[in-house]
Design a protein around this ligand. Structure first.
Ligand code: IMP
Length: 500
């Protein structure tokens, strides 16, 4: 006879937090949102911590190098998607690790033989008005000149004029050499009243551009997530098939933490992958495992040596696993069950294994609920897919801007390793995800700032200024369907609706 649990499996929208006493010194500016990321001994510190409890999903439509840079600059961490060739994924990790704030690789490059028309086309595509002119038109070719909007007047210059005839040539350009610090570069910019400063190596090849407008940028990112060499932290997804090739390449590229990406992580494949990594790298490489939804799954992966454990089956916005396979669990119930197992593990072994709630976050208040229920950090796909920095295309659809967002189990991504059931493999027998659009929401920074402000406000209402305190003090209630209706604006005619 199969086991049938008495308890319903529930999701975030079915819960609310009750307020606790807020003391006068419990204010949003005091709230700290840093959180442990990998296994550590009681009384010690986790060797890897997040400055904000946000990570971005291991997905093609979410986590490339651009997203990883933007998120780490704001205190969180991306796991670069693994459903791509090993070299390409390692190259993305490398780009994040070699990113230097203020030093921008040139994204608009042409040769002297291109024309004004090419400049105008490029400007249209990138929105940038500085074009580096290199011998081969590549971002790291030999720098021969620069073109900015000061170099041409469209009304006076024919569009077929060659760039060599109107660019500012090298002998009139002030530049800096490799090794220049950002402070030195900014001093040169201010001294010579420049808008941009090219940085070149000893052979004259372009390395980067420093822009005047980025001067104060680093001051705006006080939560930047950095390693001991002041490089941004970067994670990467792996699978249980090609890890013997993928892991060495990612470690070599500088990945700080890896995570097995699977829709069902309660498997011997994950145990074997963890064992191989520990045998070859000891404890120098951190690896997360999952996804699981209960104590059984948690204990298995904890036993197998996972550094953190990810929770969530079937709750993702693009996910159809529950419909296709009938496997999964309401995300809130899963987080609470796994948090209980994590605490029991701590009690038993003296080791704390951080847990991550992955998928199913719809409203910002769900983030606070997931943390209150015991998650140490969160992973989002849909949330980040809406931002400028996400890889999906921006499209105008029926008068609104949307971005593309597709599941790893959709036919578009074809990440069969994530849905691998063993055996010969190599193909997906059926889809477990959809291809979709999400409403475009603008830059990551402003959105993350707004979400964090809401989490802090919730924590303050619950009388807490740190995540562990919030978890200790939180009191949750299950809400009835009618009280959910009561929670929104009701029985009024909303002005925005009337105007629509
Ligand atoms: P979201 O934040 O609700 O959009 O959920 C994102 C999470 O859904 C990811 O981190 C994955 O765990 C999961 N996921 C990604 N692609 C698929 C898919 O195609 N099917 C099912 N789950 C997926």
């Amino acid at each position: 006879m199969s086991v049938v649990f008495d308890q319903l499996s529930r999701t975030f929208s079915e819960f609310l937090l009750l307020p606790n006493l807020t003391s006068v010194d419990c204010t949003p500016d005091k709230v700290q949102l840093d959180s442990p990321m990998v296994r550590f001994k009681k009384e010690e510190e986790s060797p890897l911590r997040l400055n904000i409890p946000f990570t971005s999903a291991i997905m093609q439509a979410v986590s490339d190098d651009k997203m990883a840079i933007a998120l780490a600059r704001n205190g969180g961490l991306s796991f670069i998607y693994g459903s791509q060739p090993v070299e390409r994924q390692a190259e993305m990790v490398h780009r994040v690790k070699s990113y230097k704030a203020g030093f921008v690789p040139s994204d608009s490059n042409l040769t002297p033989d291109h024309t004004l028309a090419d400049i105008l086309d490029l400007k249209e595509q990138t929105g940038h008005s500085t074009v580096a002119i290199t011998d081969d038109g590549s971002p790291d070719g030999k720098l021969l000149g620069l073109v900015t909007s000061r170099d041409y007047r469209i009304s006076r210059l024919s569009t077929d004029t060659k760039i060599r005839d109107f660019m500012t040539p090298m002998d009139q350009i002030i530049y800096a050499e490799a090794g220049v610090s950002l402070t030195e570069a900014n001093d040169i910019i201010w001294e010579h009243k420049l808008n941009q400063l090219p940085v070149i190596d000893k052979d004259g090849h372009l390395l980067a551009l420093v822009f005047r407008k980025d001067y104060d940028d680093h001051k705006e990112n006080p939560l930047e997530l950095l390693d001991s060499h002041k490089r941004l932290l970067c994670g990467a997804g792996i699978n249980t098939r090609d890890y013997k090739e993928r892991v060495p390449a990612l470690v070599e590229a500088g990945a700080d933490v890896l995570c097995m990406d699977s829709s069902d992580g309660f498997s011997e494949w994950q145990r074997d992958c963890l064992a191989w990594i520990h045998k070859n790298y000891g404890s120098s490489v951190y690896v997360g495992a999952g996804n699981v939804v209960d104590a059984e799954g948690f204990n298995y992966l904890a036993e197998a040596g996972a550094d953190f454990i990810k929770i969530g089956i079937g709750g993702g916005s693009i996910c159809i696993t529950r419909e296709q396979k009938g496997i999964g669990c309401g995300q809130a119930s899963a987080v609470m069950a796994v948090a209980k197992a994590r605490d029991a593990w701590l009690e038993k072994t003296g080791e704390y294994i951080p847990i991550c709630s992955d998928g199913g976050i719809v409203y910002d208040y769900h983030m606070a609920l997931a943390l209150a229920m015991g998650a140490d950090f969160l992973m989002f796909g849909r949330y980040f897919a809406r931002f400028d920095e996400a890889p999906g295309r921006l499209i105008s659809l029926k008068g609104s801007y949307v971005k593309e967002y597709w599941g790893e189990g959709s036919n578009r991504a074809r990440n069969w390793q994530r849905y691998d059931a063993g055996g010969k493999g190599g193909r997906m027998a059926f889809e477990e995800g959809v291809d979709s659009y999400v409403p475009y929401a603008g830059p990551l920074k402003e959105n993350v700032r707004a979400s964090l402000a809401k989490i802090k406000a919730t924590m303050v209402s619950c009388g807490s200024i740190s995540i562990p305190e919030f978890q200790r003090k939180a009191r949750l209630v299950v809400v009835s369907p009618t009280s959910i209706v009561e929670g929104g604006a009701h029985d009024v005619i909303r002005k925005e609706n009337e105007l629509r």
